[in-house]
Design a protein around this ligand. Structure first.
Ligand SMILES: Nc1ncnc2c1ncn2[C@@H]1O[C@H](COP(=O)(O)OP(=O)(O)O)[C@@H](O)[C@H]1O
Ligand SMILES: [Mg+2]
Length: 386
């Protein structure tokens, strides 16, 4: 059970996290979405049977390694104490190149384990490559790249790398020399500048470790708008899904499995599951919420624009934590999440919110709606505005 906070009548509010859940956290800017996400992560990281991962585009979560000394008196009132949690910071590419040595030293001094994160090229499906380079299957270059990826897959499964792909292109008799050169150049540039492709196959089990908040620093990737952030998340999500599906079968047969259940939190979720737009991570995330319950895949999505989040994903969320919202559009799109068991429409409840850290919690499993004061964080919250 996750201790979330206290309801208006002084009752402690918990979320049943013994089974898979899909949680949507929303509210306007500065209303407490990231803070609340951190509360969930603090609770989950105590467990030894789940992997806790947070996709962090705004760099709000590395501070969790530090105790929340600023709110010690509030914590005291709640019978809690300030305490940091183990944090592993996963950095796309080379951490030294991305941050600089001095930054890494400070992180390490704070007990943050900094690791490089690179994705396996072989985990990206052929159409993922086309999306990545903005190519279309109707163009000669698109066809050539698609065919090269497909051939690498036929030959090596998921164990192939950028040089293998380049080699394939160069040996393809059906494409023009200039197209080959253009594609090779793009691949080489991607490999060097983006620096997110692995040159050896890495299992997800090497990347994420239990009893640690595994923070993926997506704030580093800004090139090609959100394409790269999406790519990194898409590959990991797909891989975790596959691994858990296999693990679930093994567990059912009483065999040891490779990875535990997963709780994945995504801040600024509208970047990854946008409404009415394509994004590389969208399809794997839709699969995660729709088919992930059984293999033990849970999701926490935080976003300030509920209307900008894919409706199919929203409709799968069985817990909604809604902090203060003001924009009419946002209130309207949230109101669609009202349920039969609620005495009033969600927008009526939303009017009751006044303080920071307060949220309306709609929990399908309890069929209840509560005004909840979210408990204070034990670990330091990052991302306060300057
Ligand atoms: N439950 C809470 N208890 C105390 N302070 C909170 C709580 N939730 C949010 N805050 C305060 O509000 C600020 C903004 O919260 P944050 O989660 O960063 O907003 P956002 O919704 O933009 O992600 C935080 O820096 C923190 O000081
Ligand atoms: Mg935030």
């Amino acid at each position: 059970m996750i201790f979330v906070g206290q309801s208006g009548d002084g009752e402690q509010v918990y979320l049943d996290a013994t089974r898979s859940r899909a949680v949507f956290i929303c509210g306007k800017r500065g209303s407490g979405k990231s803070y609340t996400t951190g509360v969930f992560l603090e609770e989950l990281v105590e467990r030894d049977d789940v992997l806790v991962i947070v996709a962090d585009p705004m760099r709000n979560f590395h501070t969790m390694s530090l105790p929340n000394h600023e709110q010690e008196s509030v914590l005291w009132n709640w019978g809690l104490s300030a305490k940091g949690v183990p944090v592993r910071l996963l950095v796309p590419g080379d951490p030294v190149r991305r941050y600089g040595k001095d930054v890494i030293e400070i992180f390490e001094g704070r007990g943050v384990q900094v690791e490089s994160l690179r994705v396996n090229p072989g985990d990206i499906p052929p159409d993922g490559w086309l999306d990545l380079f903005g190519l279309d299957i109707t163009q000669p270059m698109g066809i050539a790249l698609y065919r090269a990826v497909q051939k690498c897959r036929d030959q090596s499964g998921t164990h192939f790398f950028i040089p293998d792909l380049i080699d394939r292109l160069q040996r393809d008799p059906q494409i023009r020399e200039t197209s080959v050169q253009a594609l090779v150049l793009r691949l080489e540039t991607a490999a060097n500048e983006w620096d997110i492709f692995s040159s050896r196959y890495r299992e997800v089990g090497e990347v994420f470790v239990p009893q640690t908040v595994n923070v993926i620093d997506l704030g580093l990737l800004e090139i090609s708008r959100f394409g790269l952030r999406n790519l990194v998340l898409a590959v990991l999500v797909r891989d975790l899904f596959r691994k858990r599906r296999d693990a679930r079968l093994r567990e059912e047969l009483g065999l040891p499995s490779e990875i535990p259940k997963v709780w994945l939190a995504i801040d600024e979720a509208q970047e990854f599951v946008p409404a009415g737009k394509v994004a590389l991570a969208k399809e794997p995330l839709i699969q995660w919420v729709k088919e992930g319950r059984q293999p033990g895949l849970s999701l926490i999505l935080a976003s300030q624009q509920p209307g900008a989040v894919d409706r199919e994903v929203l409709s799968q969320c069985d817990v909604v934590l809604c902090h203060k919202v003001t924009a009419t559009d946002d209130v309207d799109s949230l109101n669609r999440l009202s349920h039969d068991y609620m005495a009033r429409e969600l927008k009526v409840y939303l009017k009751q919110l006044s303080r920071t850290g307060e949220a309306i919690m709609v929990d399908d499993s309890r069929e209840r709606v509560d005004v909840v004061q979210i408990r204070p964080r034990r670990s330091k919250h990052g991302g306060a505005e300057l």
